[in-house]
Structures are given as structure tokens and as C-alpha cells.
Design a protein around this ligand. Sequence first.
Ligand SMILES: [Cu+2]
Length: 142
Amino acid sequence: MKLAPSFYFVLILVLVSRLASAETIQIDFTSDDSYSVEVAKINVGDTIEWLPKNEGHNVEFLAGPNMNSLPEKSELNAFYSVTFSLPGIYLYHCTPHGNMGMLGLIVVENDFHNLEDIKEIELSRIAKSVLQRLIRIAQLKS
Ligand SMILES: [Cu+2]
């Protein structure tokens, strides 16, 4: 099957407009050992930047749509930036405070296909209840 040249033109327009609209979301480390945005809903191509506004925190991914290729763990007190290219749910925590519930959830393209994998990640009791709250928020947020 041969596609009309106009098909490719429209396809390119769609791709370019999506790239042009890629967003950057900023999340601070806060003084009450939490992330300023606990649930971020983004699109493929969007970037999240974590800003070390408070000392003693980092970002360590625990799960994502591709468990074999999670973003690397960030240094304590360091600026960190990740651009997301796969739809699905990502769970991360702060290495020193994860057990106390310093967690964050990112949902790319409103895609919950790996929700069961996220729920199976081993967490402390407190972190588990925080995760349940974050999942509820993610499902309500459109
Ligand atoms: Cu922390």
C-alpha cells in the first residue's frame, strides 16, 4: 500500500508539534522530607527536574515500565533531570527517607499498564500507605 504524500506531511506536523510542546516540570525537595509534587502526570518527551531546595535528599527509581532500564540514582543534594520516553508509571523515592514515605509517582501518558508491578515493589509499611494514597491521586487526576 502506498500512502499519499499528504499523509507524511500531516504525520510530520503532528510529531513536530508534540516536540514543540514538550514540557518541563520542576519538583523541589522540601524541608518536611517530601517532594513538592508527589504525583506528576506528564506526556512522552516531557522532562522532570528535581531541585535540591532542601538538604539531604535525592531521587532513586524503584520501578518503571521497563524494569531493566530505570533512570540512574541521583546524588544527594544534586540537581537531577530526567526526560521520559516510555508510557507507564514510574515510582521513585529518596534513598535516606524512602522508608519514611518520601516517595513520588510519575504517570506518563495516563498509562497505568504496569500498576500491578508498582504495587508489588517491596516497601516499608509507611511507604506502602503513602504509595496507595499517591495511586489514588494519580487515578483521580486527569
Ligand atoms: Cu529525603
